[in-house]
Design a protein. Structure first.
Length: 261
């Protein structure tokens, strides 16, 4: 058995091209960081991306989607709120359900640690389950009392043959559009990720949001202009405990951001 691989750099390296669900943004195998300040709608955008991937949609935020992978979505939010978001998304997109889209929750961890919980989720994923969303890793680690384990968890996830989408809340106090420099300086997920997508709320805007592509491994950032989308309130068709119509927010793509916007 040979333990050494000889390489001749005088010849072109035969590196197979990377496969993407969304070219330059969401690799079939790798880590995506979806970042934003608390309250800007990062979880809603993560759910929208995951649902569009699992449902075989052909576009997301103006970008072409490829494939229809099964998705497992780990949420640290309350089940009721997540259910409202999902049902509102189905209503907004005229769908009854999505095959191959699963949720996992960790309400009250008992014995074990965050590694064990994530490993347990992954072992239950089938070969067709190719996307794992964690919303959010900070909260998940804190729930197990393992906040300092975040960096180690990221390193392990980055080595897996999965597309891992990590939602992260910056709360960085960044004024204006975030840049990869201040985001990476603030958070280790952005440093490790293959691509970094940042959600930003323009000043004095209630419903409009912007999606900026701050980092991508294999593509030209100039090919990814900032895009605008709106957070629209959608009724779920159900009523809450007080008899009021139940609703949630759903992202709707608007356009590329113009220079004067």
């Amino acid at each position: 058995m040979s333990w050494v691989t000889l390489m001749d750099f005088n010849k072109p390296l035969q590196v197979p091209p990377r496969d993407w669900f969304v070219y330059g943004l969401v690799p079939a195998s790798g880590v995506v960081a979806l970042v934003g300040d608390p309250g800007v709608g990062t979880s809603f955008v993560a759910l929208d991306l995951a649902a569009r991937l699992a449902s075989g949609s052909r576009q997301w935020m103006g970008h072409k989607l490829k494939g229809s992978p099964n998705v497992v979505y780990i949420s640290t939010d309350q089940k009721t709120f997540v259910a409202q978001r999902f049902i509102a998304w189905l209503e907004a997109n005229d769908r009854q359900s999505i095959d191959g889209f699963y949720f996992a929750f960790c309400d009250s961890p008992k014995d074990g640690d965050v590694f064990e919980f994530i490993a347990n989720v992954i072992t239950q994923m089938s070969e067709s389950d190719k996307v794992l969303v964690i919303d959010s890793l900070d909260v998940l680690c804190a729930r197990f009392g393992d906040s300092k384990m975040k960096d180690e968890v990221i390193k392990v996830l980055a080595k897996m043959d999965l597309c891992v989408i990590l939602v992260d809340y910056l709360d960085s106090g960044v004024v204006g559009f975030p840049t990869i420099y201040n985001v990476e300086a603030y958070d280790s997920i952005a440093y490790t990720a293959d691509s970094v997508l940042a959600i930003h709320q323009p000043y004095q805007s209630q419903s409009t949001r912007c999606l900026s592509i701050l980092k991508t491994r294999d593509a030209d950032l100039n090919n990814f202009p900032v895009v605008k989308f709106r957070m629209n309130k959608i009724e779920t068709g159900r009523v809450d405990n007080f008899g009021e119509p139940e609703s949630s927010l759903v992202p709707f793509y608007v356009s590329e951001l113009k220079e004067d916007a």
